[in-house]
Design a protein around this ligand. Sequence first.
Ligand SMILES: NC(=O)C1=CN([C@@H]2O[C@H](COP(=O)(O)OP(=O)(O)OC[C@H]3O[C@@H](n4cnc5c(N)ncnc54)[C@H](OP(=O)(O)O)[C@@H]3O)[C@@H](O)[C@H]2O)C=CC1
Ligand SMILES: O=C(O)[C@@H]1CCC=N1
Length: 282
Amino acid sequence: MKKIAIIGAGSMAEALISGIIEKQLIIGDQIWVTNRSNQEKLNSLQHQYGVQTSYNLEQILTGATIVILAMKPKDVASAVEQIKPYLSADMLIVSLLAGVSMNSIEMLAGMSIPIIRAMPNTSAAIGQSATALAANSIVSDEQLALIKTMFDTVGLTVNVKEKQLDAVTGLSGSGPAYIYYLIEAMEKSAAEIGLEGELAQKLIVQTLIGAAGMVAKSTKPPKQLRKEVTSPGGTTEAGLKVLKEKQVQEAFIQCIKEATAQSERMGGALAQALEEEKLKLQ
Ligand SMILES: NC(=O)C1=CN([C@@H]2O[C@H](COP(=O)(O)OP(=O)(O)OC[C@H]3O[C@@H](n4cnc5c(N)ncnc54)[C@H](OP(=O)(O)O)[C@@H]3O)[C@@H](O)[C@H]2O)C=CC1
Ligand SMILES: O=C(O)[C@@H]1CCC=N1
């Protein structure tokens, strides 16, 4: 792997940098990072991971074989406009952006260019991301394998079709937040039933790790595993009755569908704006 240019230096960019450096996939010298204006953040990345940082986009992009887009979707149009003069069709674009289609990125870049969209999650920071990749038709098998190796440094990587990425975003991209929300509720309840903070947190975290491990390792489906916890007339049954009455499962299903729809909307709005601009220019 030669030179990687990373445009955007937020939490996802840092998680990825930390994985790549820790697993020694590439040395810090070959990673060039920029952001919009937060010099302090660039200094900290340089100090911690030995990456190169600059606001000179020509310096960042010249000779880069991989260009990672790691800004928020709302900033993609202005960011790509700025890097466009230094992009070439032999570079590989890797986009982390929720919703933004490969077609929109090509329109912004003004050229046909290899693009891989990746949807990781913030657990990448501890090497536990669930990442889905989708590539356009001009990405070579070699390029896709290389990017899979890169995301393997921060967790599990799967390949999907681009049209599945909104669902992946709603399910596993946003997923950690749903679990944190559940943990917050468990912590609040622990306080109310007389279990103090640190002790409760230990029990909650291990319960989640254990349950996830059971689902991962057992041949039994989650429903069966749930039934095995639930003794007739026992405590679990009493607790689950409340969740059913409050339609918590339906709320989770609605939550994931809504997050998926939001990903579609975010991408759709940009695609529409780009199409309208194209029509104006014709
Ligand atoms: N957070 C998450 O859970 C996940 C996020 N994603 C996707 O990853 C992307 C990044 O998210 P996240 O890391 O959370 O975002 P952050 O807000 O943490 O970071 C965004 C970065 O983009 C930089 N930036 C904005 N505009 C430009 C520009 N024109 N040129 C260069 N850099 C620019 C910002 O710079 P500055 O600080 O100087 O303004 C900042 O460093 C998003 O598109 C998101 O959809 C994907 C999966 C999970
Ligand atoms: O909330 C968001 O839009 C991003 C994408 C997935 C997780 N965070």
